[in-house]
Design a binder for this molecule. Structure first.
Ligand code: NDP
Length: 340
């Protein structure tokens, strides 16, 4: 173990000060300074370099039962982070190792060795292990290939297409032989970026109803796969345009994360009967068995330029709440990260 004197005695972290009602506001968060505990056997001290802000965290800010436990008031939030081990009482991780773990929203984290995964050196910048090579990349890969059972020649529509998951979905589909990839996003700049990334068609959902724009982009051929990051009006439009036997990977419903009312759409779910559609919800946590295959394929695609990724980086822990709020508002292109 490296000497304790070389490590800080205290650190800063972001606490949940109150539960948001609707859209979160800065007052829902509080910056706190805490004393760092001594490391126990089997623990490492990590100096976080990047932390992730993710849409699912919004659900954990509510005091409601869900697939992951609610955040507790007046305690640090948590989530994906990557950082350097600066002290270790574990054989598994040495000082200097770069690890991914789940104790983000803080500058230093005391992590159980088993909860930290070493990042391979030299493969990609460390931030990529929270995005393209990390959780959001695996979500895209497994959601498209294993959940929606994408096959060569499919026409794919993905919403939230300029975000961390969506931008990977579209590029993976192209890499694997999609006949056409259509993306929707919330600004002209994002639409332009999608076309640069190789999407065949893209539209701004603010310009006109999603159904109208999706029909125009899909034409007579329709769509075979819908990768849903948004829910609501997007899902309703996709159900209308999907071909017989079409498949939907239900990944997220960000259009309703800040809602205080139930969603108005989809109103046409029953078309799934006649079209014999498959709608499958999934969690990335249930897709870990594909992680090694994903990592290998994605590393190769990144190395030869088949897949590119964007990051929107906000500086400093104190700005993490802002980054999270801005993520829900669509300020990011690609993965939203905070550099610590
Ligand atoms: P993104 O990087 O896509 O960021 C969120 C984006 O959502 C924003 O940039 C914004 O882009 C878009 N957005 C916000 N509000 C709306 C709205 N009302 N209608 C349409 N788009 C909106 O985040 P992620 O890639 O991390 O996550 C994408 C989705 O995948 C989320 O729904 C998330 O919950 C889900 N997810 C699910 C996982 C699982 O295990 N099932 C794992 C990881 C993510 P724009 O400017 O285009 O509006």
């Amino acid at each position: 173990m490296s000497p304790r004197a070389a490590t800080p005695a205290s650190t800063r972290e972001i606490h949940l000060a109150s539960r948001p009602s609707g859209r979160p506001v800065p007052d829902n968060f509080r910056l706190a300074t805490i004393e760092l505990p001594e490391l126990a056997d089997g623990q490492v001290l990590v100096e976080n370099r990047f932390m992730s802000v993710d849409p699912y965290m919004r659900g954990r800010m509510n005091d409601a039962k869900s697939y992951s436990a609610p955040f507790r008031l007046d305690e640090a939030l948590d989530g994906g982070a990557v950082g350097e081990v600066i002290a270790s009482r574990s054989e598994a991780h040495r000082v200097g190792d770069v690890v991914v773990h789940q104790l983000g929203w803080r500058e230093h984290a005391v992590v159980d060795a088993a909860a930290a995964t070493n990042v391979p050196a030299g493969l990609a910048p460390t931030s990529a292990f929270l995005g393209a090579l990390g959780m959001t990349g695996l979500t895209a890969y497994a959601g498209l290939l294993k959940v929606a059972e994408f096959k060569e020649g499919d026409v794919v529509f993905v919403s939230g297409a300029a975000g961390a998951v969506g931008s990977m979905v579209g590029q993976i589909a192209k890499a694997m032989g999609a006949a056409k990839v259509i993306g929707s996003a919330g600004s002209p700049a994002k639409v332009a970026r999608l076309l640069e990334l190789g999407f065949d068609a893209a539209f701004d959902y603010n310009d006109a109803p999603v159904l109208e724009q999706l029909q125009a982009a899909a034409g007579e051929r329709g769509i075979d796969v819908y990768f849903d990051n948004v829910g609501g009006e997007h899902l309703e439009a996709a159900l209308a345009v999907l071909n017989v036997g079409g498949r939907v990977a239900m990944c997220g419903a960000i259009a309703q994360y800040n809602s205080t009312e139930p969603p108005a759409a989809p109103r046409n779910l029953a078309v799934a009967i006649g079209k014999q559609l498959t709608l499958r919800g999934f969690l990335v946590g249930g897709q870990r068995q594909h992680a090694a295959e994903f990592r290998q394929k994605m590393a190769a695609w990144l190395a030869d330029g088949t897949v590119r990724y964007d990051e929107t980086i906000v500086e400093g822990l104190e700005n993490a709440p802002r980054a999270f709020i801005d993520l829900l508002d669509g300020a990011n292109t690609g993965k939203m990260l905070v550099r610590l």
